[in-house]
Design a binder for this molecule. Sequence first.
Ligand code: NAD
Length: 473
Amino acid sequence: MQDVNPADSDDVLGEVARSNSADVDQAVTAAKAAYAEWAATPMPARGDVIRRVGGLLEREKDSLSQLMTREMGKTLKEARGDVQEGIDFAYFMAGQSRAPVGDTIPSELPRKFSLTMRHPIGIVGLITPWNFPIAIPTWKMWPALLAGNCVVLKAAEDTPLCAQRLVELVSEAGLPAGVVNLVQGTGEEAGAALVAHPDVRAISFTGSLETGKLIAAECGRQMKRYSMELGSKNVTIVMPDADLDLAVEGIAWGAFATSGQRCTATSRVVSLHPEFADALVAKAESYKVGPGSDETVDLAPLINRTQRDRVLEYIRVGKHDDGATLLTGGQVLDEGVLSKGNYIAPTVFTDATPAMRIAQEEIFGPVTTVLPVPDLDAAIAAANSTQYGLSASIYTNDMTAAMRAVTELEFGIVYVNAPTIGAEVQMPFGGMKSTGNGFREAGPHAMDEFSEWKAVSIDFSSRLQKAQFQPGE
Ligand code: NAD
């Protein structure tokens, strides 16, 4: 498979192997061979390896960020942030390796001691998208390893070299062979083979809702555990009392960072502020568009031509089928240095209503849609009116409005006076409704995705004791 720079179609990074089901089987066999020893390794020793990978990621931060910008397209600043997330989470998880695990729980019977402990799941398949080529694999890998699992990572088709470099660093840190395995290739071939493999006991997936449904169905059929981090239609509410400059700056960042290709991108703005839409247009029109390797650029290219065309189709739908008003952008940018990349101008629609497709479906491009509403009740109803529920925010200085948003928005992540993007690794990350199936990544809860709870009771009374029975019964 060809690995091409999204900013320059002439720049081919390399040809990457297209793994098939036999390769997946080989990776799973290697993981099985390594499992018993890794599962028996004390958790602090597992944490030590993860800490060492964190150090290697720090050492390689610049080179990895350069590679990421060339392979995935995002600006260098954002690529450095992506690698930094992997570093931060390595250190967080290494710290967790010495934190308490489980509870001691009083027993109703004398001389009986009860506790809970975590148990690894076994061989876990990790399937990841291209938009955070280092951060997302590390969000899955560190807790999976800390819990004592062996993993097979199926990297995204568009970012194979970032995944390869990450796995090389894991190996350099001293992880035993077979504990982490990498397969490349397509979702339909390598990804589906990993999901279907009978020895893979769990799948951790981040990607689109459509793919998530296919994977969930197969996992359900085989009674495997699966965790889903899927798409979203994130939203920011702008109240009339909001600090307008702050709101515009935050919403532009939320909508256009990574060219809108973030699962937390601000793709809707529910506005009660009469000046907001014009102010956002002025901000969008000030953006410098170009290759991510240029440190002065604000908006970098989309990942590939297919994605660019998908976004263009949504812009057509917004204008013609939905009948929203296009305020700025909406066109391909292909002059000069932009001619070899996949660029779309930052785009703002207004006069949208909640039922419109551009207000319901994930676009994954530099497009945001303003929905004017009359009051806070209507704002919260509009915000909650999609099937997704990952990230929402509100700009206001009114405590009542802020607290109503915090409590009434059906989203897994809620910000006040901040954009919908910008997760920190020590906080749980995940969404409600169709965005996921209840698990959270990052934070200490990340271990729940990758371990079973075991309830242990130790009876040292030397007689048969029966719970729920009266003495003598
Ligand atoms: P995608 O679903 O097309 O692909 C994701 C991964 O799944 C890739 O590695 C792909 O090869 C694999 N895949 C595809 N078909 C498969 C199949 N049948 N069986 C097994 N694996 C298969 O998604 P994408 O375009 O790479 O990423 C964009 C999507 O990811 C967006 O919807 C975005 O919102 C979502 N995303 C969600 C989060 C989150 O945490 N909620 C984070 C980032 C991205």
